[in-house]
Design a protein around this ligand. Structure first.
Ligand code: 4NP
Length: 158
């Protein structure tokens, strides 16, 4: 079976997408299927490139058992559209930015929105927690856990 390659994308790559990466990685590690996946994350701006995830996100994630070790990097349309099968943005702005980066239908078809995988929560975006309080980080983690569970189920069903 081919490796399934998933890239989670947000604006800064220090809050939502590295958390999504860590949560999805944790799920496939626990199921013993990590060898069949390649998981990464990237941001649409390079302001935080090379940095660890936001300390607030690392703290809230670690309280749930997720260790976020990712260093931020900027999404590279020249490389990432080919290197990944699924390019999953967190909000409508992320999706619009990604879609503006290519005219290739093959590449456009790889783009999806994280909240569309949620089954428990009925949100249309994973909201940016950067300028808010701790509840925002907890809520993002709730949404990401929901989305990661359903995404993994969907991928393992095929
Ligand atoms: P993220 O959150 O996109 O979930 O990583 C943000 C982090 C930084 C900024 C915006 C959103 N920023 O403007 O620096």
């Amino acid at each position: 079976m081919d490796t399934v390659k998933i890239l989670f994308v947000c604006l800064g790559n220090i809050c939502r997408s590295p958390a999504a990466e860590a949560i999805f990685q944790d799920k496939i590690n626990k199921r013993g299927i990590a060898h069949r996946y390649k998981i990464d994350s990237a941001g649409l701006i390079n302001a935080h490139a090379g940095n660890k995830a936001d300390p607030r996100m690392r703290k809230h994630a670690s309280q749930r058992g997720y260790d976020i070790t990712h260093r931020a990097r900027q999404f590279d349309p020249e490389i990432d559209f080919d290197a990944f099968d699924y390019i999953i943005g967190m909000d409508n702005n992320n999706i619009a930015t990604l879609k503006n980066m290519t005219v290739s239908n093959r590449k456009l078809a790889k783009i999806s929105k994280m909240s569309d995988y949620c089954t428990i929560f009925k949100e249309t975006e994973i909201p940016d927690p950067y300028y808010g309080g701790y509840e925002g980080f907890e809520y993002v983690l709730d949404l990401l856990e929901d989305a990661c569970n359903s995404l993994l189920l969907k991928l393992e069903e095929v």
